[in-house]
Write a protein that binds this ligand. Structure first.
Ligand SMILES: Cc1cc2nc3c(=O)[nH]c(=O)nc-3n(C[C@H](O)[C@H](O)[C@H](O)COP(=O)(O)O)c2cc1C
Length: 164
């Protein structure tokens, strides 16, 4: 799939078919994530793949995370905040990951707001070092259907030449 097509057709998907995601596909997505730029090329990140039902269902205990627990696979984006740009590094990786997933025909969703209150529990459950941070969890799977495009601001609203 062309990059522009992946950019324009990616959607946040929150309902998935009950079909496993082959590990080779997950590894291809993580490879794309790991090609993202990082401040000073530190690459202080870890991408934890969860594709066993017990691990995924564990998320279902938290309110608002029931739909996450129904995805066939999840990827945790975990970073060492000792690097100044860990949020930016992680965000670039999440975006690369989601575009690679789209190109392979998978839906994803950047889940961050919903994990913030549960970060300590997630770190304990998946044996993440105490000083590291969980930036986001991204569910992956074939979509039940591709959602309609969200309303996006027009180019003239968000772009200008020379001055603000
Ligand atoms: C930093 C960030 C945090 C997000 N956190 C959540 C979240 O906790 N739960 C959720 O369902 N979607 C979350 N989203 C997805 C957004 O709601 C979604 O990207 C937005 O509505 C636009 O839709 P689109 O992704 O289909 O273009 C998050 C997106 C970003 C970039």
């Amino acid at each position: 799939m062309e990059l522009q097509s992946a950019l324009e057709s990616r959607r946040s998907v929150r309902r998935f078919l009950d079909e496993p995601v082959p590990r080779t596909d997950l590894e291809q997505m993580v490879k794309a994530a790991s090609w993202a730029p990082t401040g000073c090329n530190r690459q202080m990140w870890k991408f934890i793949i969860l594709d066993k039902s017990d691990d995924i269902h564990w998320f279902g205990q938290f309110s608002g995370m029931g739909w996450v627990a129904k995805a066939p696979a999840l990827v945790l984006f975990v970073l060492d905040p000792e690097t100044e740009y860990w949020r930016e590094d992680g965000s670039a990786a999440v975006q690369n990951f989601m575009l690679a997933a789209r190109a392979l025909g998978y839906g994803t969703c950047w889940v961050q707001g919903q994990i913030v209150p549960h970060e300590a529990a997630i770190k304990k459950q998946f044996v993440i070092p105490p000083t590291w941070r969980v930036l986001a969890v991204v569910p992956v799977g074939k979509p039940e259907k591709w959602p309609d495009p969200p309303v996006k601001k027009s180019l003239s609203d968000v772009m200008s030449y020379e001055r603000f």
